[in-house]
Ligand binder design. Sequence first.
Ligand code: SF4
Ligand code: SF4
Length: 150
Amino acid sequence: MYKENKKLIEKLKRWKRKDLDELFIAAHEEVFAALDCRKCGNCCKDLGPKVNNRDIERIGKFINMRAGKVRNNYLDVDEDNDFVFNRMPCPFLKEENFCSIYEARPRACAEYPHTGYPNMQKRLNLTLRNSTICPGVYRILNLIRPEVMD
Ligand code: SF4
Ligand code: SF4
């Protein structure tokens, strides 16, 4: 299916920005309305979201810990100089895929898989990669395929 999805993404690269955004946002809403992320948790187990300074402050307030301690206890700096969690599965992932800092989770987590907001043109290659990790993205691509490949 990866090959088919790659073809689909290549075709979508020729779409107008507004049409592309409308297509993805509608499909994202439909797919995630019917999908229970608590039955999956792949993104919390396998991906290392970027954690920015605002995220760190917010998480610190939520768990009642100073930002410096949040950094020491839970974060590392990756090769791009971004903060990421120091281990995966994520240290805040609990039983049954429950995120213990859900209300304060990093923006990158809240926006994942990045198919539900504008500027999809910039994220088409990322979306192809995510289709191998996120069942939601896989379903979104299946849902839009007839409209794109007719
Ligand atoms: S902070 Fe929460 S949503 Fe983000 S990776 Fe960890 S468990 Fe998942
Ligand atoms: S990988 Fe996708 S479907 Fe699975 S928990 Fe993350 S966002 Fe939800």
